[in-house]
Design a protein around this ligand. Structure first.
Ligand SMILES: [Mg+2]
Length: 162
C-alpha cells in the first residue's frame, strides 16, 4: 500500500504548500496536466494556472510537465508556457520521470511529482522514491476505464487517510 500512498494530499494545486517542499530540498517539480492543472477537456491553461506556474519559477522551482496524453494536446496546452514538457509519458513507467529529472537537472532527492492519479503520478513517483503530491482531480467525467480506476483510488485514499 505504501507504494500507492502520496506524501501529501491537497484539494487542488493552489493548496500545495510550496514552503514545505522547499524545506524538503525540492528544486524540481514534475507536474501532470489533465485534471491536475486543468480539466481534461480544457485545451489551454487558465489565467490562474499561468499565475501559479509563474509563482513556482519566482520561488526558484524548476518545472517539467509530464503527461500521458498525446502530442497534439500537450503541445497545444504548453505552447504559451515556455516550460519543458513530455507527452505520451506512459506513467507509471519510470522512463519519463527519469527523462524529466534529466531536463530539470535534479535528483531523486530534489524532485517532487504533482498529479491527480494514484496509479500513474503517485505510483510512478514512489517507484523512484520521489516526493509525491496528490491533488483532487478537477474533472472526474472521463473515459470508463478512468472512472473504474477512480473508484479503486477512492478506496485506496480512504484507507490511506485512516
Ligand atoms: Mg491527470
Amino acid at each position: 500500500m505504501k507504494i500507492l500512498t502520496p506524501d501529501f494530499f491537497y484539494n487542488s494545486i493552489y493548496d500545495v504548500k510550496l514552503d514545505e517542499l522547499k524545506q524538503l530540498n525540492i528544486e524540481g517539480l514534475i507536474i501532470d496536466i489533465d485534471n491536475t492543472l486543468v480539466g481534461w477537456d480544457t485545451s489551454l491553461p487558465t489565467l490562474a494556472v499561468k499565475e501559479w506556474l509563474n509563482s513556482l519559477s519566482t520561488q526558484d522551482f524548476k518545472v517539467c510537465l509530464v503527461s500521458n496524453n498525446n502530442k497534439k494536446r500537450v503541445m497545444h496546452f504548453s505552447k504559451e508556457l515556455n516550460l519543458p514538457f513530455i507527452y505520451q509519458a506512459k506513467k507509471p513507467m519510470k522512463r519519463n520521470f527519469l527523462a524529466a529529472m534529466k531536463i530539470l537537472g535534479t535528483t531523486k532527492d530534489t524532485t517532487a511529482v504533482i498529479g491527480d492519479q494514484i496509479f500513474t503520478d503517485v505510483l510512478g513517483g514512489n517507484r523512484l522514491e520521489l516526493i509525491t503530491v496528490l491533488v483532487k482531480p478537477i474533472k472526474s467525467k472521463e473515459f470508463w476505464w478512468t472512472n473504474l480506476v477512480r473508484k479503486i483510488e477512492r478506496r485506496v485514499i480512504k484507507k490511506v487517510i485512516k
